[in-house]
Design a protein around this ligand. Sequence first.
Ligand SMILES: [Zn+2]
Length: 453
Amino acid sequence: MVVSGQKLAWTGPCADAGLDGTYGRTDTTLTWTFATQPTLGSMEVRTRPAESSTGDLGSALTGGFGLVNWRRHAIPVHEARSYEVVLPRPIGNRIALDVDLVVDQPDGPTCVMPLFTKLVHAEADEDERRLSVPAGIVLDRSRYADLTLPEPTVEALVHAFAEYRGPNGMGDDEPDYEAWRVWDGKVIRDYDAELRHFLFGDALDLGDWEAAALMLEVLAALHPDLDPRFATTIDEVNLPQFHPLCERWILDGDWMGDADPRSDQQPCQRSRNGAYFSEASTQEWYGYPDWRRSRGFLYHNSWVVDADDLTREDAWPDWPLGGTVNNPCCSINFHEASHAMGLEHNYCAYSAVSRWDGLPYMTAPWSADDLAGMAIHLDPRTTHGMDIRQAADALGIPRDARFDELVANPWRACGRQDPAWTAFADLIFARHVSSANLGTNHPDDRTPILYDR
Ligand SMILES: [Zn+2]
């Protein structure tokens, strides 16, 4: 594919900025030539997932991979007027890119010129499809082989199905009991055995990888048939995790077309927590056939505090200008992975999916409740789509007065799991805090907090 002689057409204040010229491409090698030598401060090529122009800001159409392909590639400014740049492959190699040329002039505006849309790289070869984890990341899937896991209990079952939809609280506050239920429609979240995880994104750090290895080791203990591993090729991945940096330019765009930025969904978040689990890529109607075996994807982004952030109403006093905001590394990975393994939000103490916020408990690795609940979803006897009654029957848990009591008052399950789960959670916690790359403010004293109402 060769395109040549296109006219650089800058708009707005950039129309008369002395940036005239032509551009083109040969496949994914981009070329441009300025008519006269411009004075440039800096220059870069930006990419966006092409699907974003259709409003698919969550990148469901690309199995989430679009989310890590909002990228900037700096182009060193040189003396000659002509440039030739090989556009790097998209991360994950599964998506079409929209490509902009962006220049900064020392005393002028930042100028953006859309070059190409839906640009697709050639099929990756075997080498390019191979994935390898960073040096030092070790996955020992037999780490917990000596553990004997307890049989499912009604407390575990209820924790697996209950969801707290109340406001975040500070831990000392009572939960909003009305908002804590086994809601209609909640079912077992399970998929075919076999789990191939991998992490993608420019903001990944070693802690993300360590947390992922720890997570896979735990899942291997909970459900060996899941065969959880890091993927070794891009084609194997069925539960990717994305960790990009959310930069301000990514948020530029009137996505809803109504000139009101508040109405817009954004491709990433510069708030306290830009993190979620998306099941969307498993949905057939998204038409992403490679991902029907997927559990969806995990996402979280970091962002760097700029001067504008410090003037925000929701700014935190300890935000450092130029510092990176994220959770203590990398507890949010456990939170989102809990959702992928079937858990909803709760208000239990020390849970990775708790609504306790503001306090560091939100940043926990998996608790006894979490482990017991995930084991219900992952149990080979429960299958995708079962409701709580079907799951109880499948697991041989009697639907007796205690079952009815806990379904009606699910908070009473918190902190009342089999002691073997507490022992397992303690092992996970010890391993988590022994790592130099992982952090948590999770307290050493994790005496169960029981809600007896
Ligand atoms: Zn959540």
